[in-house]
Design a protein around this ligand. Structure first.
Ligand code: OSB
Ligand code: MG
Length: 386
């Protein structure tokens, strides 16, 4: 090897010695409650994970919710799963890249949000160790990402209309409305008559069944960009039946657990758009695979959100720089959720509804460890058994 090649080789090769993992739970009240078809959230209980590797720390967030309603995982299940199974699978090991951790944890079935916290913290550490932006390490190409907003179910239609007006004025490029039986056609009608041309979609979080077919056909009149996850959270087959009956594109969220689900959904015609949430599919490695399956099949993707703190938000921004993220994501400004975010600077969105991607190493956002400490309600550091 020539000397320059040797230097390049050293620069690109990582050795992530996983010395310790710190788990913590932080509590963060939302500035406004968020309601979906499965319930209302006022305050988040967020599990944060820090990997300590050779003087470099990597941070990530498990997007598991307070209750097992979006998926079977929840804040309380992520903690012992990481402590007893996932952390021991990587502690004491030296990895050459963060993606190696996925196979080390593969023996554990499911628990993708818990796995994501471990794997993505390692990606964060790898990026920091290589002094490279995380988005580049992930294979991203975009320097700016497009943002939409997800607006929850409100107490009244007037409140909803006011909210939409504010978000459009702020520059957001797509409005997504949470829907459920009783809060669907009526509100879509009101919104469409006031804003006939905006990019509009809706998300049912599995609030309907095929018995609602005639009702769901009514959604076609509103010229929606998509209807997200209308049927069961674990279903692909019946979404394919439904998609054949609708003009509106179906977008799958909950049903896509990994790249194979995604391939099956595309092959059967169960959706024409895919929402990628890194926590739902088990980490950046699988998220990239889902992205690639969609890209090969000309199916556009966008990045979903789970009411993340700045740490998960920064990771969503990095992921959204991959080429096939063709539609505005649910990645929006910190201040829509938090009085104060745990990163610096906070995530800000331009008046054109975009986020500029940083060239700084790592995520480009600094973690406010003092604030994290203040918000922490429990904390535990795990080390390799020697
Ligand atoms: O289905 O996309 C969803 C929030 C919690 C659980 C599920 C979903 C959502 C959102 C919010 O729509 C997206 C965001 O973080 O802004
Ligand atoms: Mg959704």
């Amino acid at each position: 090897m020539r000397k320059t090649e040797l230097l390049e080789d050293q620069a690109s090769s990582t050795r992530l010695k996983v010395e310790a993992i710190t788990l913590r739970e932080i509590r963060m009240p939302l500035v406004h409650f968020f309601e979906t078809s499965f319930g209302r959230t006022y305050s988040r209980r967020i599990l944060l994970l820090t990997v300590h590797c050779d003087g470099v720390d990597g941070w990530a967030e498990s997007v598991a919710g307070e209750d097992p309603y979006y998926s079977s995982e929840w804040t309380e299940s992520a903690w012992p799963t990481i402590k007893q199974y996932l952390a021991p699978a990587v502690l004491g090991r030296t990895l050459t890249s963060a993606c190696e951790s996925a196979s080390l944890m593969a023996r554990v079935r499911g628990h993708r949000m818990a796995k994501t916290a471990v794997e993505n913290a390692l990606w964060d550490a790898e990026a920091r160790q290589k002094k490279q932006p995380l988005w580049k390490l992930l294979g991203g190409t975009k320097r700016e990402i497009q943002c939409g907003v997800s607006i929850g179910i409100q107490d009244s239609v007037e409140q909803l209309l006011d909210k939409i007006e504010l978000e459009l004025a702020a520059g957001y490029r797509r409005i997504k409305l949470k829907v459920k039986p009783g809060w669907d056609l009526k509100i879509l009608e009101r919104v469409r008559s006031r804003w006939p041309d905006i990019l509009l979609s809706c998300d049912a979080n599995s609030a309907y069944t095929l018995d609602d077919l005639d009702h769901l056909r009514e959604f076609d009149q509103f010229n929606l960009l998509m209807i997200e996850q209308p049927l069961w959270n674990d279903d692909i087959y019946y979404h394919a039946r439904l998609q054949r009956e609708l003009r509106t594109a179906i977008c799958l969220d909950e049903s896509i657990r990994h790249a194979r689900d995604c391939a099956a959904a595309i092959e059967t015609g169960a959706c024409r758009i895919v929402n990628i949430k890194v926590g739902r599919v088990g980490g950046f490695t699988e998220a990239k695979k889902v992205h690639d399956v969609c890209q090969r099949n000309d199916v556009p993707v966008w990045c979903g959100g789970m009411l993340e703190s700045g740490i998960g938000r920064a990771h969503n921004i990095a992921l959204s720089t991959l080429q096939n993220f063709k539609l505005p994501g649910d990645v929006s400004a910190s201040k829509r959720y938090w009085k104060e975010d745990v990163i610096e600077p906070e995530v800000e969105v331009t008046a054109q509804g975009s986020i500029a991607v940083s060239d700084e190493p790592g995520t480009g956002y600094r973690i406010r460890e003092d604030l994290v400490e203040e918000l922490t309600v429990r904390k535990e550091t795990l080390r390799a058994k020697s």
